[in-house]
Unconditional design. Sequence first.
Length: 763
Amino acid sequence: MCVSKRRSVLLLTNSFSTGGVETHLLSLAKALTARGYFVAVASAGGSLEEELAKCNIPHIYLPLDERKLYNIFLARKLLKEAVSVYRFDILHAHSRLSAFVVSLLPKSLRRHFVTTAHLDFKITPLTRFFSCWGEKTLAVSEDIRAYLVREYALSYRQIFVTVNGIDTNRFDKKGMVAVNREETALDTVKEKIILHISRMDKDRAKTAFLLCDALPKIREKCNAKLILVGGGDCLPALEKRVAEDAFLHGAVSVIGEAVDILPYLHIADVFVGVSRAALEAMSCGIPTILSGNSGYMGVYRKEKLSEAASSNFCCRGALPPTADALCRDLISLLTAHEDALTALSVECRDTVLCHYSLDKMTDDCEALYASLSPRTKRCRNLILGYHGFGNLGDDLLLETMIEGIRSLDPEGGVSVISHRAKKTAREFSVNAVSRKDVSGILHALLCAKVLYVGGGTLLQKETSHRSFFYYAFWIRLAKVLGKHVVFYANGFGEFSKNEERSLSSLLRGNCVVTLRDEESYALAKRLSATMPERKKPYLALTADSALTLKPLSKQEAECLFSAHRLPTNAPYCVIALSGKNRNKRREKALIKAILVACEKGFRPIFLLMQPEADAPLAKSLSAQVFQKTGKKSPTVTLPAQGALTLIAGAAFLITSRFHALVFGAIGGTPLLCLSQSEKCRRFCHEIGIDSSVLQKNFNEEALLYALPLLIQKDLRLVPNREAVEKLTLRAMTTLEKVREGLDHLSAKQKKPLSKRLQKQDNI
């Protein structure tokens, strides 16, 4: 039985009673249904089931309300039956338990599996082991995304950020019906109403009790009453507290669980709370105080948007809430002039309209679903390179290359030779084969029509001779099998005369060679000059594809940096060092230079371009800085755009990583290159940086000489803007040059490329 030909989605959670996660899921289910999806919800049920029935959204019972072994296996059985019947395309889990149950399904039934992370759960070895994340994950805030990267080692590329979308038409005071005032013991229309809505559980009910503590002092200044809405484990204790306190009798109404909160929002003058409930109140134009178990941010104003958004309006990382702080801010709002309250009301409503609409949340979800492109079994395009090692720059180049190849050959599929094949396949939605799996690579090469050589300077002998021979072997084999070979914005190292002959044989024949630096291009041009005309490759000068990357917007950057607790409001410098081939003498020199920078008022931030390799060195230097200064220096991993934005805003950059140099060039940041590798030397030369400021074996004196030049923005260490713009324009032509090259090879063979690609499926 197939329910519909539309794309079908199953949304899973533990239960379906009132709560932030459940309301988020309900809104998403309605919005996706309105956009033509077939949507069903699976849970243990609850008070919100009626809302699903009104919209004709099926509900599938799964006993996930208790973490019992019997319930888990029963849920697996019921879920397996549901997937077999409805043939869902996507299984979207919104809780850890439901995600674990999905992971137990046979692979033949699992379809696409994605997750949404709503909270930063407490981690124990057991919960870490049983936490299962899908192919892609939605995080409801930047700090949740940072938490997933930090605690579960998920890749930024695997995580999409969304918002708690609010139905701004429904949550609008215009047209709302007020609650019966007798139900809440409200006697006069002159009373000011303080409203708090939250789950009354141990980890969420702190603000409710603090409001009870603060209310007597508030009532000394103004006639106010408090309404507490929400069910949970702490509700009996809260009711007992109100019943036994004479000062609260008649001034506090404990409502308990409420399916419809709109009537209470209609009569509220001030709202106190966090997360989705706070956003719903703001959508109604109610002045809002952000207070929850995780922290206290006080009265919301638009200046606090980035800080609040970074934690999904949950105040994580803020100071803890207190009764005094609540008392102070509530009195200021309840006694404020009407014009001031109107301005606050407009700010709250505009924030939700601009940044937290239901359409925005649904668009984010659809973007995640669209990224789950089906993988072709027989891919016509195979990528060879230094991939799967967690290097930020190489992963950025791979992403750019995949996008370009898909625009050239949309139906051909892409396969990648990677150090970690499964991880690469999951992150980039491609086929992948391990670089150690010879038979797998051979099979992928036989299926392919074009071998793309990407990932920067692969053909070099500076780091290892084995690396050169590994890549050369597969390039030669591809030529023997009659495949086209495309060097995608590569660079070449320095070679002897004998080694140049080996390189020449790799460039000969059906090759498209696009090169990212002038010296590599000159070498290739010289080698091809002696070749017969029919054996000459197509040559083009481009630039590194990372140069086309754009920094984050101001608000996106503030959210990202706030989530990582980065001190970017004060002067800072970025240190991005390679952790390979560590040298104690150099490290001593580095720490002295960094300490001098600290004395000058610059806060060092250690950026990890390849976390596994770079983290030990960065943490060692950070610990030494803390020991000497008493101030912590952040050690951070960021997505490519975030790393670029961080470097662009820095006072200066000290690096031995090539793509950190590229980001510094884009941002116009004064930089000091510690690496004497050929690729770094060439790039520094092209952007006008004097790489001779430091000797090959630099020492303490050299670093202390160069540091003042950095701080003073000496022109020798500042990227030339015109040169960088020229390189950027060259980088933007890479895809077009590759297209021209493939057409050139097709013309030489007098056969259109499209027809030859179609024949590949018959191999």
